[in-house]
Design a binder for this molecule. Structure first.
Ligand code: PLP
Length: 436
């Protein structure tokens, strides 16, 4: 069910754009129905073309950590825009944002800004190859690192939603440089390094997997990856595009440091929150590695809009506002929401498991996964039809969830008691829909 404007807009959009969208998951392919076309957003809410307001649990897939259109961010963006949209030259604010990041993450000494997470991971991989003189990259099944050719193999949510093994159009010669191994499996890592001695440039891993639903690394797993890489002359690339500055002030790496799991990734990738809703992403790490990037070193990377002043202003305002109180609010809201969802599903006897990585969480649906999901192979056994029913009942009652069972749910610091009670009111009927 949807309002007339959304139907008309979708029909028109499909004539103008493939699938009517600019990014596949927005087409509602796995849940069916008509995507909502959004006109505006404020705080915890989005408003569609029919003027209907929804509590938003997508948060632009992560960036809107403070809530939509936060006054301090809007003011910073407006000020920056009034001074010019893009210079293609260095700005003082860029350095401030780099310092904000390195000030939070002790293992980061240098930051190179790009515009998307895809560029960040692509650049990190090139840098790792440049540093090591090796070609092979190891990634984990179900982990998403953007849509560059070499990183699309078994890439989680987007491709999982569409039930694709990978993507057409990726040359075999490029795909052959990426080795995909199961997640949370120390033996698989040992085996891959034993099979390709001296040939692996890097292991790339989501700091905590959140693109096949949320699957945290087993205790010690990320540290083991760092150790194995370093023992074998390879680099560890920790992809914090989704988790970075959302699950804590220093990302998931910071959360792990605090719980005593200390390890040193060679490169980090960031995106989403560091742009506060505008296109900023980054590759970051030790000076010794980062200084191999042009113009200091031989690894080329560039961008017309990299470090764009308006986007940097949004990121800086967002990070400066994201203090301890914001992270405490996110943690509390996430825990309260998980409790509400879990109770509603239990009351209706819907088999499920809720998994977390810091304040990120997702629900896996159905008896085959209710015992827990350690990897992608298990994640794909979930009963997505239950989520489709749940999703549409929530939407009908004014709650906008990610349109795929393979995505994390995102809260913001603006999700207050009112937003939570609107969600709680919608849950009983949605849980009943998921039960049948
Ligand atoms: N890495 C991770 C872990 C992500 O979650 C994403 C996007 O969701 C990306 C990389 C790619 O970022 P972008 O969509 O900005 O290209």
């Amino acid at each position: 069910m949807s309002g007339g404007h959304n139907e008309d807009l979708f029909a028109r959009a499909r004539r103008a754009m493939p699938g009517g969208v600019s990014s596949p998951v927005r087409a509602y392919g796995s849940v069916g129905g008509t995507p909502r076309f959004l006109e505006s957003a404020h705080g915890a809410y989005v408003v569609d073309a029919d003027g209907r307001e929804y509590v938003d649990l997508i948060a632009s897939w992560g960036p809107a950590i403070l809530g939509h259109a936060h006054p301090e961010v809007i003011e910073a963006v407006t000020d920056a825009a009034a001074r010019g949209l893009s210079f293609g030259a260095s700005t003082p604010a860029e350095t401030l944002l780099a310092e904000e990041i390195s000030g939070r993450v002790a293992a980061v000494e240098r930051v190179r800004f790009v515009s998307t997470g895809t560029e960040a991971t692509m650049t990190a991989v090139r840098l790792a190859r440049g540093v090591t003189g090796r070609d092979l990259i190891v990634k984990f099944s179900g982990h998403y690192h953007g849509h560059s050719d070499g990183l699309l193999a078994q890439a989680g949510s987007g491709v999982a939603t569409l039930a694709l093994p990978g993507s057409a159009g990726v040359p075999e010669a490029i795909a052959a440089q990426t080795i995909v191994v199961p997640y949370n499996d120390p033996a698989a890592i040992a085996e891959v390094f034993a099979r390709h001695p001296g040939r692996i440039a890097a292991v790339i891993v989501e700091a905590a997997a959140a693109n096949m639903g949320v699957v945290a690394p087993e205790p010690g797993f990320n540290a083991l990856l760092a150790q194995t890489c370093h023992d074998n002359g390879a680099l560890l690339i920790l992809d914090e595009v989704l988790t970075g500055f959302r699950v804590g002030p220093a990302g998931y790496w910071g959360v792990q440091q605090q719980t005593g799991e200390t390890y040193a990734p060679d490169l980090f990738t960031y995106g989403k929150v560091i742009g506060g809703g505008l296109p900023v992403a980054a590759v970051a790490g030790r000076a010794e590695v980062m200084d191999l990037l042009a113009p200091v070193g031989p690894v080329y990377q560039a961008g017309t809009l990299s470090g764009n002043p308006v986007a940097v202003a949004a990121g800086l305002a967002t990070l400066r506002r994201a203090d301890a109180a914001v992270y405490a609010a996110l943690d509390a809201t996430s825990a309260a929401l998980q409790a509400e969802v879990g109770a509603a599903l239990e009351r209706e006897g819907v088999p499920h498991v809720i998994q977390t990585a810091g304040n990120l969480f997702s629900v896996f649906w159905g008896a085959p996964v209710a015992g827990g999901v350690p990897d992608y192979e298990t994640a794909t056994r979930q009963e997505s039809f239950r989520y489709a029913a749940f999703f549409h009942e929530m939407l009908a009652q004014g709650v906008s969830l990610p349109p795929s069972a393979f995505e994390a749910w995102f809260v913001t610091a603006s999700h207050d008691a009112d937003a939570l009670s609107r969600i709680a009111a919608a849950l009983p009927a949605a849980a009943r829909a998921a039960a049948s």
